[in-house]
Design a protein around this ligand. Structure first.
Ligand SMILES: Nc1ncnc2c1ncn2[C@@H]1O[C@H](COP(=O)(O)OP(=O)(O)OP(=O)(O)O)[C@@H](O)[C@H]1O
Ligand SMILES: [Mg+2]
Length: 266
């Protein structure tokens, strides 16, 4: 495999040495004797999608749960916009505009899009009543930007397709000012059309300067959607590559063999 040396484009935030949105440095966490995350460093810039790849049990979800405040790291540091961040719980993460979209999406199936968007954070009238009209208007406004083909505002979300449900979950994160978005397997179980829709949504978010960590098992999706990919194996970081510089096979060998492309016997 040849490895092209792509010059960083003018639009590449890393070319100018810009401060990363997220910089996780030397993160460690163990459960019992298991080093689930072992001295891992990853970073993320505004408008960038960084894929997190690796086999089952590699440590991807654990790493990202440290960023979302679900777990506290045993050691290591997190910088947000260049400043040391203390993230001890999900509320702290939210204060740093970090939002997580879990694979399950955490939607209430029997409620419509607007009710889901504002679940637990409902808009109220001056009299303190839930303001359904305002919530629907806000939902229409944000969907018009994110996903103009979305029209199912009165259906329960159980009646929506996988991609539409994903759009509702993304709208919720964006409405509440996500600057850093964590997506765990956003295209798993989606058909090609739906996957394309999610890809378009991700394109919108990038254009808005949101940084995205995208966990995926699908190398094809990573090649399509990500700017860089960080590969983990047995809790350790194998390496981080520019997606434009590698082939599917390079990523596969990083995942399976734990080898950087270009290293011997590659
Ligand atoms: N709460 C926990 N208690 C004990 N061990 C854990 C816990 N969470 C994760 N682990 C262990 O840490 C390691 C990494 O798990 P993690 O869920 O981060 O992997 P992953 O890369 O997300 O895998 P998958 O692709 O299957 O989602 C595994 O060995 C797992 O068993
Ligand atoms: Mg996982």
């Amino acid at each position: 495999m040849t490895q092209s040396l792509r010059a960083s484009g003018a639009g590449d935030p890393r070319a100018s040495g810009a401060t990363p949105l997220v910089d996780m440095r030397d993160i460690c966490i163990s459960f019992g004797g298991v080093h689930a995350v072992d001295h891992v460093s990853v970073d993320l810039h505004p408008g960038e999608v960084v894929g997190l790849l690796g086999h089952n049990g590699a440590g991807k979800s654990t790493l990202i749960k440290i960023l979302s405040g679900a777990y506290g790291a045993d050691s290591g540091e997190i910088f947000i916009n260049g400043e040391r961040a203390e993230i001890n719980n999900p509320r702290d993460a939210r204060a740093y505009n970090i939002e997580t979209i879990y694979q399950t999406l955490a939607l209430a199936d029997n409620l419509d899009a607007a009710s889901n968007l504002f679940l637990g954070r409902e808009l109220v009238t001056p009299l303190g009543l839930v303001d359904d009209a305002a919530m629907e208007a806000e939902t229409r406004r944000i969907m018009a930007r994110l996903n103009p083909n979305f029209h199912k505002f009165s259906d329960p979300v159980s009646a929506l397709s996988g991609g539409q449900r994903q759009a509702v979950a993304i709208a919720r994160a964006v409405y509440f000012d996500a600057r850093i978005l964590i997506m765990d397997e956003p295209t798993a179980a989606l058909g090609p059309h739906e996957t394309r829709m999610v890809a378009e949504l991700i394109g919108q978010l990038k254009a808005d300067g949101i940084g995205i960590f995208l966990i995926s098992h699908d190398i094809h999706d990573v090649m399509q959607l990500c700017d860089r990919a960080s590969v983990m194996k047995n809790g350790k970081l194998v390496g981080t590559v520019d997606v434009a510089d590698v082939t599917d096979d390079d990523l596969l060998s990083m995942i399976i063999l734990g080898k950087q492309p270009g290293s011997d016997a590659g």
